[in-house]
Design a protein around this ligand. Structure first.
Ligand SMILES: [Zn+2]
Length: 466
Protein backbone atom coordinates (compact mmCIF):
# COMPACT_ATOMS: atom_id res chain seq x y z
CA UNK A 1 0.00 0.00 0.00
CA UNK A 2 1.41 3.33 -0.87
CA UNK A 3 0.66 6.91 0.09
CA UNK A 4 2.33 10.22 -0.62
CA UNK A 5 6.09 10.07 -0.10
CA UNK A 6 6.06 13.13 2.07
CA UNK A 7 3.41 14.52 4.38
CA UNK A 8 3.73 17.82 6.23
CA UNK A 9 1.34 18.50 9.10
CA UNK A 10 1.18 22.02 10.55
CA UNK A 11 -0.97 22.62 13.59
CA UNK A 12 -1.64 24.86 16.57
CA UNK A 13 0.14 22.39 18.85
CA UNK A 14 2.04 19.11 18.76
CA UNK A 15 2.35 16.74 21.72
CA UNK A 16 5.11 14.36 20.67
CA UNK A 17 5.11 12.26 23.87
CA UNK A 18 8.90 12.06 23.67
CA UNK A 19 8.92 13.17 27.26
CA UNK A 20 6.16 14.16 29.63
CA UNK A 21 4.90 17.67 29.51
CA UNK A 22 6.36 18.82 26.20
CA UNK A 23 3.99 20.80 24.00
CA UNK A 24 5.21 22.41 20.78
CA UNK A 25 3.08 25.47 20.04
CA UNK A 26 2.67 26.26 16.32
CA UNK A 27 4.23 22.91 15.60
CA UNK A 28 4.82 20.73 12.59
CA UNK A 29 5.57 17.11 11.80
CA UNK A 30 7.25 16.03 8.56
CA UNK A 31 6.87 12.45 7.38
CA UNK A 32 9.05 10.90 4.70
CA UNK A 33 8.74 7.35 3.37
CA UNK A 34 6.42 6.39 6.21
CA UNK A 35 8.73 7.57 8.98
CA UNK A 36 8.90 10.75 11.00
CA UNK A 37 11.76 12.85 9.71
CA UNK A 38 11.25 16.08 11.62
CA UNK A 39 9.23 17.37 14.60
CA UNK A 40 9.39 20.95 15.83
CA UNK A 41 7.99 24.40 15.38
CA UNK A 42 6.58 25.35 11.99
CA UNK A 43 9.61 27.50 11.40
CA UNK A 44 12.07 24.77 12.27
CA UNK A 45 10.52 22.01 10.14
CA UNK A 46 11.58 22.53 6.56
CA UNK A 47 8.87 22.56 3.90
CA UNK A 48 8.76 19.94 1.22
CA UNK A 49 8.62 21.16 -2.37
CA UNK A 50 7.51 18.24 -4.52
CA UNK A 51 4.04 18.78 -5.96
CA UNK A 52 2.84 15.31 -4.87
CA UNK A 53 3.49 16.06 -1.23
CA UNK A 54 0.49 16.21 1.06
CA UNK A 55 0.32 19.31 3.22
CA UNK A 56 -2.16 19.36 6.10
CA UNK A 57 -2.74 22.78 7.67
CA UNK A 58 -4.87 22.80 10.79
CA UNK A 59 -5.15 26.19 12.53
CA UNK A 60 -7.02 24.51 15.42
CA UNK A 61 -5.15 21.24 15.11
CA UNK A 62 -3.56 19.21 17.87
CA UNK A 63 -1.15 16.50 16.72
CA UNK A 64 -0.60 13.48 18.96
CA UNK A 65 0.82 9.99 18.42
CA UNK A 66 -1.65 7.38 17.17
CA UNK A 67 -3.63 5.87 20.05
CA UNK A 68 -2.97 2.24 20.93
CA UNK A 69 -5.86 0.14 22.25
CA UNK A 70 -4.49 -3.03 23.82
CA UNK A 71 -7.76 -4.80 24.59
CA UNK A 72 -10.34 -5.00 21.80
CA UNK A 73 -13.03 -7.54 20.88
CA UNK A 74 -13.65 -7.06 17.16
CA UNK A 75 -16.61 -9.45 17.31
CA UNK A 76 -18.51 -7.40 19.88
CA UNK A 77 -19.04 -4.23 17.85
CA UNK A 78 -22.02 -5.85 16.15
CA UNK A 79 -23.93 -6.53 19.39
CA UNK A 80 -23.67 -3.11 20.96
CA UNK A 81 -27.03 -2.20 22.48
CA UNK A 82 -28.36 -5.75 22.20
CA UNK A 83 -26.98 -7.17 25.43
CA UNK A 84 -28.70 -5.96 28.64
CA UNK A 85 -26.79 -3.08 30.16
CA UNK A 86 -27.24 -3.86 33.83
CA UNK A 87 -26.07 -7.40 34.56
CA UNK A 88 -22.98 -8.91 36.21
CA UNK A 89 -20.03 -10.13 34.16
CA UNK A 90 -20.83 -13.82 34.34
CA UNK A 91 -24.46 -13.42 33.31
CA UNK A 92 -23.41 -10.85 30.69
CA UNK A 93 -21.05 -13.40 29.18
CA UNK A 94 -22.88 -16.68 29.65
CA UNK A 95 -26.44 -15.58 28.97
CA UNK A 96 -25.79 -13.02 26.27
CA UNK A 97 -22.41 -12.25 24.72
CA UNK A 98 -21.19 -15.83 24.29
CA UNK A 99 -24.56 -17.06 23.11
CA UNK A 100 -24.82 -14.29 20.53
CA UNK A 101 -21.24 -14.74 19.33
CA UNK A 102 -21.87 -18.48 19.38
CA UNK A 103 -24.17 -18.18 16.33
CA UNK A 104 -21.80 -15.98 14.29
CA UNK A 105 -20.57 -17.12 10.92
CA UNK A 106 -17.73 -15.69 8.86
CA UNK A 107 -19.91 -12.96 7.36
CA UNK A 108 -21.01 -11.79 10.81
CA UNK A 109 -17.41 -11.91 12.07
CA UNK A 110 -16.16 -9.83 9.20
CA UNK A 111 -19.00 -7.31 9.42
CA UNK A 112 -18.33 -6.78 13.11
CA UNK A 113 -14.57 -6.43 12.57
CA UNK A 114 -15.14 -3.85 9.82
CA UNK A 115 -17.51 -1.81 11.97
CA UNK A 116 -15.08 -1.93 14.88
CA UNK A 117 -12.05 -0.91 12.81
CA UNK A 118 -14.04 1.86 11.12
CA UNK A 119 -14.90 3.31 14.53
CA UNK A 120 -11.35 2.93 15.83
CA UNK A 121 -9.78 4.67 12.83
CA UNK A 122 -12.27 7.54 12.93
CA UNK A 123 -11.59 8.09 16.64
CA UNK A 124 -7.81 8.03 16.43
CA UNK A 125 -6.80 4.46 17.20
CA UNK A 126 -3.93 3.46 14.92
CA UNK A 127 -3.00 0.14 16.55
CA UNK A 128 -4.90 -2.46 18.56
CA UNK A 129 -4.60 -5.86 20.21
CA UNK A 130 -7.52 -8.21 19.57
CA UNK A 131 -8.31 -10.31 22.65
CA UNK A 132 -9.06 -13.56 20.85
CA UNK A 133 -10.75 -14.60 17.63
CA UNK A 134 -12.86 -17.71 17.36
CA UNK A 135 -12.67 -19.92 14.31
CA UNK A 136 -16.37 -19.33 13.62
CA UNK A 137 -15.78 -15.59 13.04
CA UNK A 138 -13.80 -16.51 9.91
CA UNK A 139 -10.14 -15.91 10.67
CA UNK A 140 -9.03 -15.11 7.13
CA UNK A 141 -11.98 -12.80 6.48
CA UNK A 142 -11.31 -10.81 9.64
CA UNK A 143 -7.56 -10.66 9.03
CA UNK A 144 -8.10 -9.59 5.44
CA UNK A 145 -10.54 -6.83 6.41
CA UNK A 146 -8.22 -5.56 9.14
CA UNK A 147 -5.17 -5.59 6.87
CA UNK A 148 -7.02 -3.82 4.06
CA UNK A 149 -8.20 -1.05 6.43
CA UNK A 150 -4.64 0.16 6.89
CA UNK A 151 -4.68 -0.05 10.71
CA UNK A 152 -1.83 -1.65 12.68
CA UNK A 153 -3.06 -4.77 14.46
CA UNK A 154 -2.14 -7.63 16.73
CA UNK A 155 -4.72 -10.35 16.05
CA UNK A 156 -4.95 -13.10 18.65
CA UNK A 157 -6.35 -16.54 17.94
CA UNK A 158 -8.39 -17.78 20.87
CA UNK A 159 -6.90 -20.89 22.47
CA UNK A 160 -8.97 -23.09 24.82
CA UNK A 161 -9.68 -26.75 25.53
CA UNK A 162 -12.21 -26.73 28.41
CA UNK A 163 -15.61 -25.06 28.79
CA UNK A 164 -15.67 -23.37 32.20
CA UNK A 165 -15.19 -19.86 33.53
CA UNK A 166 -13.17 -19.69 36.77
CA UNK A 167 -14.89 -22.14 39.16
CA UNK A 168 -18.11 -22.28 37.10
CA UNK A 169 -18.25 -25.42 35.00
CA UNK A 170 -19.87 -25.59 31.58
CA UNK A 171 -20.16 -21.82 31.37
CA UNK A 172 -19.50 -21.69 27.63
CA UNK A 173 -22.31 -22.43 25.20
CA UNK A 174 -21.86 -25.06 22.50
CA UNK A 175 -21.21 -22.51 19.78
CA UNK A 176 -18.15 -21.09 21.53
CA UNK A 177 -16.41 -24.38 22.32
CA UNK A 178 -13.31 -25.18 20.33
CA UNK A 179 -11.01 -28.17 20.30
CA UNK A 180 -7.57 -27.44 21.79
CA UNK A 181 -5.57 -29.05 18.98
CA UNK A 182 -7.64 -27.23 16.37
CA UNK A 183 -7.02 -23.93 18.18
CA UNK A 184 -3.26 -24.42 18.00
CA UNK A 185 -3.40 -25.46 14.34
CA UNK A 186 -5.53 -22.41 13.52
CA UNK A 187 -3.13 -20.13 15.37
CA UNK A 188 -0.15 -21.55 13.47
CA UNK A 189 -1.93 -21.28 10.14
CA UNK A 190 -3.09 -17.74 10.85
CA UNK A 191 0.38 -16.72 11.94
CA UNK A 192 1.90 -18.22 8.80
CA UNK A 193 -0.54 -16.39 6.55
CA UNK A 194 -0.93 -13.04 8.26
CA UNK A 195 2.01 -12.21 10.53
CA UNK A 196 3.97 -9.54 8.67
CA UNK A 197 1.12 -8.75 6.25
CA UNK A 198 0.33 -5.14 5.32
CA UNK A 199 4.01 -4.17 5.13
CA UNK A 200 4.56 -5.52 8.62
CA UNK A 201 1.52 -3.86 10.21
CA UNK A 202 -0.09 -7.17 11.21
CA UNK A 203 1.09 -9.63 13.86
CA UNK A 204 -0.61 -12.76 15.20
CA UNK A 205 -0.63 -13.65 18.91
CA UNK A 206 -2.19 -16.27 21.16
CA UNK A 207 -5.35 -15.19 23.00
CA UNK A 208 -5.81 -17.64 25.85
CA UNK A 209 -9.33 -18.08 27.14
CA UNK A 210 -9.82 -17.29 30.81
CA UNK A 211 -8.70 -19.87 33.44
CA UNK A 212 -11.43 -22.47 33.74
CA UNK A 213 -11.52 -22.90 29.95
CA UNK A 214 -7.85 -23.84 29.50
CA UNK A 215 -6.17 -26.98 30.91
CA UNK A 216 -2.78 -26.83 32.63
CA UNK A 217 -1.29 -28.75 29.75
CA UNK A 218 -2.65 -26.25 27.24
CA UNK A 219 -1.37 -23.26 29.23
CA UNK A 220 2.11 -24.80 29.17
CA UNK A 221 1.98 -25.69 25.49
CA UNK A 222 0.70 -22.25 24.49
CA UNK A 223 3.47 -20.55 26.46
CA UNK A 224 6.10 -22.76 24.91
CA UNK A 225 4.76 -22.22 21.40
CA UNK A 226 4.67 -18.46 21.89
CA UNK A 227 8.28 -18.50 23.12
CA UNK A 228 9.43 -20.60 20.17
CA UNK A 229 7.80 -18.25 17.66
CA UNK A 230 8.41 -14.96 19.46
CA UNK A 231 4.66 -14.41 19.55
CA UNK A 232 2.86 -12.50 22.28
CA UNK A 233 0.15 -13.86 24.55
CA UNK A 234 -2.92 -12.09 25.89
CA UNK A 235 -5.68 -13.16 28.30
CA UNK A 236 -8.35 -11.74 30.62
CA UNK A 237 -7.05 -11.93 34.18
CA UNK A 238 -8.54 -11.26 37.60
CA UNK A 239 -11.38 -9.24 36.11
CA UNK A 240 -13.88 -10.18 38.83
CA UNK A 241 -13.59 -11.72 42.28
CA UNK A 242 -14.65 -15.16 41.01
CA UNK A 243 -11.31 -15.30 39.20
CA UNK A 244 -9.44 -14.97 42.51
CA UNK A 245 -11.48 -17.83 43.98
CA UNK A 246 -10.37 -20.01 41.09
CA UNK A 247 -6.69 -19.22 41.65
CA UNK A 248 -7.08 -19.74 45.41
CA UNK A 249 -8.71 -23.12 44.80
CA UNK A 250 -5.53 -24.07 42.94
CA UNK A 251 -3.33 -22.76 45.77
CA UNK A 252 -2.27 -19.74 43.74
CA UNK A 253 -2.49 -16.03 43.21
CA UNK A 254 -2.91 -14.82 39.61
CA UNK A 255 0.82 -14.19 39.15
CA UNK A 256 2.06 -17.40 40.78
CA UNK A 257 -0.35 -19.33 38.57
CA UNK A 258 1.01 -17.66 35.42
CA UNK A 259 4.62 -18.00 36.52
CA UNK A 260 4.20 -21.78 36.76
CA UNK A 261 3.48 -21.93 33.03
CA UNK A 262 6.11 -19.42 31.89
CA UNK A 263 3.40 -16.86 31.19
CA UNK A 264 4.99 -13.84 32.86
CA UNK A 265 7.29 -11.59 30.84
CA UNK A 266 7.53 -9.23 27.88
CA UNK A 267 4.74 -9.40 25.29
CA UNK A 268 2.39 -10.90 27.87
CA UNK A 269 -0.64 -8.60 28.11
CA UNK A 270 -3.31 -9.28 30.74
CA UNK A 271 -6.61 -7.47 30.50
CA UNK A 272 -8.36 -5.89 33.51
CA UNK A 273 -6.23 -7.14 36.46
CA UNK A 274 -8.74 -5.50 38.80
CA UNK A 275 -8.03 -7.95 41.61
CA UNK A 276 -4.23 -8.14 41.59
CA UNK A 277 -2.57 -8.06 45.01
CA UNK A 278 0.76 -6.49 46.01
CA UNK A 279 2.71 -9.66 45.28
CA UNK A 280 1.16 -9.94 41.83
CA UNK A 281 2.06 -6.35 41.09
CA UNK A 282 5.68 -6.96 42.16
CA UNK A 283 5.82 -10.05 39.95
CA UNK A 284 4.42 -8.15 36.95
CA UNK A 285 6.89 -5.31 37.46
CA UNK A 286 9.96 -7.51 37.86
CA UNK A 287 9.16 -9.62 34.78
CA UNK A 288 8.02 -6.88 32.38
CA UNK A 289 4.48 -8.29 32.22
CA UNK A 290 1.90 -5.78 30.96
CA UNK A 291 -1.65 -4.83 31.89
CA UNK A 292 -4.51 -3.62 29.68
CA UNK A 293 -6.56 -1.34 31.89
CA UNK A 294 -10.20 -1.11 30.74
CA UNK A 295 -11.86 1.46 33.00
CA UNK A 296 -15.20 1.90 31.18
CA UNK A 297 -15.77 -1.84 31.04
CA UNK A 298 -14.86 -2.26 34.72
CA UNK A 299 -17.22 0.56 35.65
CA UNK A 300 -20.16 -0.67 33.61
CA UNK A 301 -19.91 -4.30 34.70
CA UNK A 302 -19.20 -3.25 38.27
CA UNK A 303 -16.02 -5.33 38.29
CA UNK A 304 -14.05 -3.06 40.62
CA UNK A 305 -11.24 -0.53 40.38
CA UNK A 306 -7.90 -1.79 39.06
CA UNK A 307 -4.91 -0.76 41.21
CA UNK A 308 -3.45 1.30 38.36
CA UNK A 309 -1.74 3.88 40.56
CA UNK A 310 0.07 1.16 42.51
CA UNK A 311 0.96 -0.73 39.35
CA UNK A 312 2.45 2.33 37.68
CA UNK A 313 4.30 3.33 40.83
CA UNK A 314 5.94 -0.12 40.93
CA UNK A 315 6.89 0.11 37.26
CA UNK A 316 4.29 -2.15 35.62
CA UNK A 317 3.58 -1.29 31.97
CA UNK A 318 -0.11 -0.34 31.94
CA UNK A 319 -1.85 0.49 28.66
CA UNK A 320 -5.50 1.21 27.94
CA UNK A 321 -8.24 -0.91 26.40
CA UNK A 322 -11.78 -0.14 25.27
CA UNK A 323 -12.76 -3.83 25.55
CA UNK A 324 -16.07 -4.53 23.78
CA UNK A 325 -19.16 -3.13 22.12
CA UNK A 326 -21.59 -4.06 24.91
CA UNK A 327 -19.26 -3.33 27.85
CA UNK A 328 -17.88 0.13 27.02
CA UNK A 329 -19.93 0.83 24.69
CA UNK A 330 -17.52 2.56 22.36
CA UNK A 331 -14.11 1.92 20.87
CA UNK A 332 -13.07 5.52 21.50
CA UNK A 333 -9.66 5.83 23.15
CA UNK A 334 -9.99 9.58 23.60
CA UNK A 335 -12.97 9.08 25.88
CA UNK A 336 -11.25 6.12 27.53
CA UNK A 337 -8.35 8.35 28.61
CA UNK A 338 -10.74 10.61 30.48
CA UNK A 339 -12.48 7.70 32.18
CA UNK A 340 -9.12 6.25 33.23
CA UNK A 341 -8.07 9.52 34.84
CA UNK A 342 -11.38 10.15 36.62
CA UNK A 343 -11.65 6.62 37.99
CA UNK A 344 -8.31 6.80 39.82
CA UNK A 345 -8.92 10.36 41.02
CA UNK A 346 -12.12 9.46 42.85
CA UNK A 347 -10.27 6.75 44.79
CA UNK A 348 -6.77 8.17 45.20
CA UNK A 349 -7.16 11.91 44.96
CA UNK A 350 -7.01 14.38 42.08
CA UNK A 351 -3.24 14.26 41.55
CA UNK A 352 -3.07 10.45 41.36
CA UNK A 353 -3.68 10.32 37.62
CA UNK A 354 -2.94 13.31 35.40
CA UNK A 355 -3.78 13.96 31.77
CA UNK A 356 -0.12 13.26 30.98
CA UNK A 357 -0.31 9.90 32.75
CA UNK A 358 -3.25 8.75 30.64
CA UNK A 359 -1.77 10.13 27.42
CA UNK A 360 1.30 8.04 28.20
CA UNK A 361 -0.81 4.95 28.83
CA UNK A 362 -2.68 5.39 25.54
CA UNK A 363 0.49 5.80 23.47
CA UNK A 364 3.97 5.00 24.82
CA UNK A 365 2.83 2.33 27.29
CA UNK A 366 0.56 0.63 24.77
CA UNK A 367 3.50 0.38 22.38
CA UNK A 368 5.71 -1.01 25.14
CA UNK A 369 3.11 -3.64 26.09
CA UNK A 370 3.07 -4.84 22.49
CA UNK A 371 6.87 -4.80 22.20
CA UNK A 372 6.91 -2.11 19.49
CA UNK A 373 8.05 0.92 21.48
CA UNK A 374 11.09 1.29 19.23
CA UNK A 375 8.82 1.76 16.21
CA UNK A 376 5.71 3.65 17.36
CA UNK A 377 4.07 5.26 20.41
CA UNK A 378 5.64 8.73 20.16
CA UNK A 379 6.41 11.31 17.48
CA UNK A 380 10.18 11.01 17.29
CA UNK A 381 12.51 11.12 14.31
CA UNK A 382 12.98 7.66 12.82
CA UNK A 383 9.80 6.13 14.21
CA UNK A 384 7.02 4.94 11.91
CA UNK A 385 4.49 7.70 11.40
CA UNK A 386 1.35 6.68 13.29
CA UNK A 387 -0.12 10.14 13.76
CA UNK A 388 -3.47 11.59 14.81
CA UNK A 389 -4.72 15.13 14.33
CA UNK A 390 -7.60 16.43 16.44
CA UNK A 391 -9.36 19.57 15.26
CA UNK A 392 -10.18 21.47 18.43
CA UNK A 393 -12.76 23.73 16.82
CA UNK A 394 -16.04 22.65 18.41
CA UNK A 395 -17.37 24.84 21.25
CA UNK A 396 -16.80 21.95 23.67
CA UNK A 397 -13.03 22.20 23.16
CA UNK A 398 -12.67 25.98 22.98
CA UNK A 399 -10.88 28.23 23.75
CA UNK A 400 -7.61 26.61 22.70
CA UNK A 401 -5.89 26.53 26.08
CA UNK A 402 -3.83 23.64 27.50
CA UNK A 403 -3.85 21.07 24.66
CA UNK A 404 -3.09 18.04 26.86
CA UNK A 405 -5.94 18.89 29.19
CA UNK A 406 -8.30 19.55 26.28
CA UNK A 407 -7.36 16.27 24.58
CA UNK A 408 -8.10 14.21 27.69
CA UNK A 409 -10.93 16.01 29.44
CA UNK A 410 -12.80 17.96 26.73
CA UNK A 411 -12.26 16.18 23.43
CA UNK A 412 -13.81 12.94 22.21
CA UNK A 413 -12.75 10.71 19.37
CA UNK A 414 -15.16 12.64 17.15
CA UNK A 415 -12.75 15.56 17.21
CA UNK A 416 -10.24 13.43 15.28
CA UNK A 417 -9.99 14.57 11.65
CA UNK A 418 -6.80 13.06 10.19
CA UNK A 419 -5.12 9.74 10.89
CA UNK A 420 -1.93 8.35 9.41
CA UNK A 421 -0.70 4.81 9.93
CA UNK A 422 2.81 3.93 8.82
CA UNK A 423 2.93 7.33 7.13
CA UNK A 424 -0.10 6.61 5.01
CA UNK A 425 -3.22 8.74 5.37
CA UNK A 426 -6.14 6.46 6.30
CA UNK A 427 -8.49 9.20 7.55
CA UNK A 428 -8.58 12.66 5.97
CA UNK A 429 -11.10 15.30 7.02
CA UNK A 430 -12.97 12.68 9.01
CA UNK A 431 -13.48 10.31 6.08
CA UNK A 432 -11.89 6.88 6.08
CA UNK A 433 -10.08 6.42 2.77
CA UNK A 434 -9.58 2.68 3.01
CA UNK A 435 -13.16 1.56 3.66
CA UNK A 436 -16.57 2.16 2.13
CA UNK A 437 -18.18 3.62 5.25
CA UNK A 438 -21.78 3.37 4.01
CA UNK A 439 -21.35 -0.26 3.04
CA UNK A 440 -19.79 -1.16 6.39
CA UNK A 441 -22.63 0.47 8.32
CA UNK A 442 -25.36 -1.04 6.16
CA UNK A 443 -23.76 -4.46 6.30
CA UNK A 444 -23.52 -4.32 10.10
CA UNK A 445 -27.29 -3.70 10.35
CA UNK A 446 -28.01 -6.63 8.06
CA UNK A 447 -25.65 -9.02 9.80
CA UNK A 448 -27.02 -8.13 13.24
CA UNK A 449 -30.51 -9.02 11.99
CA UNK A 450 -29.11 -12.32 10.72
CA UNK A 451 -27.42 -13.01 14.07
CA UNK A 452 -30.66 -12.33 15.94
CA UNK A 453 -32.61 -14.62 13.61
CA UNK A 454 -30.10 -17.40 14.29
CA UNK A 455 -30.20 -16.67 18.03
CA UNK A 456 -33.85 -17.69 18.04
CA UNK A 457 -37.10 -16.80 19.76
CA UNK A 458 -35.53 -15.65 23.06
CA UNK A 459 -33.70 -13.03 21.10
CA UNK A 460 -33.54 -9.58 22.55
CA UNK A 461 -35.34 -6.99 20.50
CA UNK A 462 -32.98 -4.85 18.49
CA UNK A 463 -33.15 -2.00 18.17
CA UNK A 464 -34.98 -1.79 21.47
CA UNK A 465 -38.10 0.32 21.46
CA UNK A 466 -38.61 2.68 24.36
ZN1 LIG B 1 -12.40 -8.32 27.15
Amino acid sequence: MSGPERVLIRARAVIPMDRKGRVIRDGAVLIEDGAISSVGTKDAVREPHAKDDLVIDEPYGLVIPGLIDIHVHLAQALIRGVVPDDVTLLSWLRDWVWRLQGVYDAEDGRASAELCVLEMLKTGTTCFLEAGLHRRYGLDGVAEAVTRSGIRAFLSKKVMDLRGYATVENALPEGMIEDGEQCLRDFLEMRKRWAGAGDGRIDVWIGLRTPGAVSDEMFARAAQLADELGAGVTMHLAEVEEDLRYFASRGHTPSSFLRGFGLLGRKRVYAHCVWLGDRDIEAFASTGTSVAHCPSSNLKLGSGVAPVVAMRRKGVTVGLGCDGGPSNDAYDMVREMKTAALLQKVFHGPSSMTCWDVLEMATVMGARALGIEERVGSLEVGKRADVVVLRLAHPSVRPFTDPASLAVYSATGRDVVHVLVDGRPVVLDGRVLTMDEERVLRNAEERLEAVLRKFGPERPAAPRDP
